[in-house]
Design a protein around this ligand. Structure first.
Ligand SMILES: N[C@@H](CCC(=O)N[C@@H](CS)C(=O)NCC(=O)O)C(=O)O
Length: 256
């Protein structure tokens, strides 16, 4: 059995997405629902926006992006990791959206996985298409990569040396990742992002993917786009005829 305050994984089973069997009560900070994440992580913004919309009082834990020391116990290598007040651990942003909607902040506001194929499709789209479409735009030139990494190092927990290294080395690495992500799509990065926003907004019925109220697809895609605010490419989101106003509706209702 895992003791409190150990850095060892809470269980030996293979890491998996979704609700974990082993409770990790000691990881619920102040006995509140707790979100382990990075301020700049697109997947974490999905969860933050839903928690806010549902008025859930939660403890945010900023994970060190270099060491990820704060989630060593989790047996899951990426953020976000969510721990409910009762110690239930949930991995993977879309799974966390479903858990939060079902368990916290009053009645569920959207369908569970498998019950609404359209919603499932747009939630998957957020990871498989939207998240991959923003990277080649944000990191579309060395200059914008340095600017993005400078922003990252200003809001994340970095020592001065780490910040300097992340800014320059990180920018070069992200520029390379941007180039490889760009190859996934036929169109050049900016045109591709706009085309994906066109597709997304064609499915608003009429205000949101969920109709008159947002659903899991709205939170999933909004979260990804929210992480680009202030960075290269955000103007494409903001100035998009339909996605721009939707973005602002999502931002207002989620106070993010
Ligand atoms: N499918 C995962 C993806 C999460 C993910 O890739 N998170 C990034 C941060 S944005 C991460 O922690 N990557 C691992 C790393 O940085 O080593 C989810 O939706 O939660």
């Amino acid at each position: 059995m895992a003791a409190a305050n150990t850095d060892q994984p809470a269980n030996d089973s293979a890491a998996s997405a979704g609700v974990q069997e082993t409770r990790v009560q000691e990881r619920a900070v102040d006995n509140k629902p707790t979100l382990y994440g990075f301020q700049t992580c697109p997947f974490c913004w999905k969860v933050r926006s839903l928690l806010n919309w549902k008025g859930v009082d939660y403890s945010p834990v900023e994970v060190d992006p270099m060491t990820k020391a704060e989630i060593k116990w989790a047996n899951w290598k990426a953020v976000p990791v969510f721990v409910d007040a009762n110690g239930t651990q949930v991995n993977d942003s879309n799974q966390i959206l479903h858990y939060v909607d079902e368990q916290l902040g009053g009645p569920a506001r959207f369908a569970r996985e498998g019950a609404d194929a359209e919603q499932d499709r747009w939630m998957a789209f957020s990871d498989e298409v939207m998240a991959k479409s923003i990277v080649p735009v944000v990191y579309g030139s060395l200059r914008s990569s340095v600017a993005a990494m400078k922003y990252v190092t200003s809001v994340e927990q970095f020592s001065r040396w780490q910040a300097l290294k992340a800014k320059w080395l990180g920018a070069i690495v992200m520029r390379m990742i941007g180039r490889s992500r760009a190859k996934l799509f036929d169109l050049p990065p900016e045109e591709n992002l706009t085309a994906q926003l066109d597709k997304l907004s064609a499915a608003f019925t009429p205000g949101f993917l969920g109709g008159a109220q947002p659903n899991g697809g709205d939170f999933a895609n909004y979260g990804i786009l929210r992480s680009t605010q202030g960075l290269r490419g955000f103007d494409l989101v903001e100035n998009h005829a339909l996605a721009g106003p939707w973005y602002h509706r999502m931002q207002e209702l989620s106070s993010t």
